[in-house]
Design a protein around this ligand. Structure first.
Ligand code: 6PG
Length: 245
């Protein structure tokens, strides 16, 4: 498949590049629509980007936090203070350090009677914010699993076929298995999709995605979602396969 890639020497440079792109999209969105809605990703890779954003003000780059709305692309169904919580990671790296109004932070709930109920509740929250049409996030950050998963859409997951529901409760072949994820109904709308992919363990899946013919449906969730807007791949050299090793 066609991949519009930006390759950086390391995670730090990659995160700086992605932050620049994110802030560019933010300015556009605020100018055009008066607000900026972003779907954050979990995993380890975005922590550096969140930390850079949290401290951007100290480097003269200001964010109109009252215009920013933070959502999540996926969440592990664990309490928000659990070490595995994606919300917790973003809170510690970003939210705790910036003056964003509490009402602008929209974590996926993990305190309902079960993941199904939580998925319904989050869809209602999205509908209350965006309206009845599937939302186009101004930015959706996505990581990439070694087997090609994005958000918590893993290969062969029935949620990959979901056209109607916006949020699904899934059983993932990963720890922890109980998760919530945005579905293709939403992820295929994104105005700017920024993939953040770092580390040599991602090289093989990057090569496999790049080698897939555009004419056939992809074998991988990362290739199955075709967002309507811009899609940029931020890679470090290790993931891109252009480092010295
Ligand atoms: C999650 C994710 C997931 C993640 C990838 C990459 O909650 O696990 O959002 O899709 O982005 O697994 O994770 P790393 O950045 O840790 O490699």
């Amino acid at each position: 498949m066609e991949m519009d890639t930006r390759v950086f020497p390391d995670l730090d440079a990659l995160s700086r590049g992605a932050l620049e792109e994110l802030l560019h999209a933010l300015r556009d969105a605020v100018r055009q629509r008066g607000r900026f809605a972003i779907a954050l990703s979990g995993g380890r890779t975005p922590a550096k980007l969140y930390a850079l954003w949290a401290h951007a003000e100290e480097h003269g780059v200001s964010t109109p936090w009252n215009r920013v709305h933070l959502f999540w692309g996926d969440e592990r169904y664990v309490p928000h203070d659990d070490l595995l919580s994606n919300y917790r990671m973003a809170r510690e790296a970003l939210i705790a350090h910036v003056p964003i109004p509490a009402a602008n932070v929209h974590p996926m709930p993990t305190d309902r009677s079960g993941p199904e109920k939580a998925a319904e509740a989050y869809e209602s929250e999205l509908r209350a914010f965006f309206g009845s049409e599937p939302p186009a996030f101004d930015v959706q950050l996505l990581g990439l699993g070694v087997e090609g998963h994005i958000a918590s859409l893993f290969p062969n997951s029935p949620a990959l076929e979901e056209k109607r529901r916006w949020v699904a409760a899934v059983e993932a072949p990963a720890q922890p298995p109980r998760r919530l994820t945005l579905t293709p109904a939403v992820l295929s709308q994104g105005r700017n999709t920024l993939f953040l992919v770092a580390g040599a363990d991602k090289r093989e899946i990057i090569q496999a995605l790049a080698a897939e013919p555009a004419s056939k449906p992809s074998q991988y969730p990362a290739g199955r979602i075709r967002p309507a807007g811009r899609v940029l791949w931020f890679l470090d050299r290790a993931a891109a396969g252009t480092d010295a090793s």
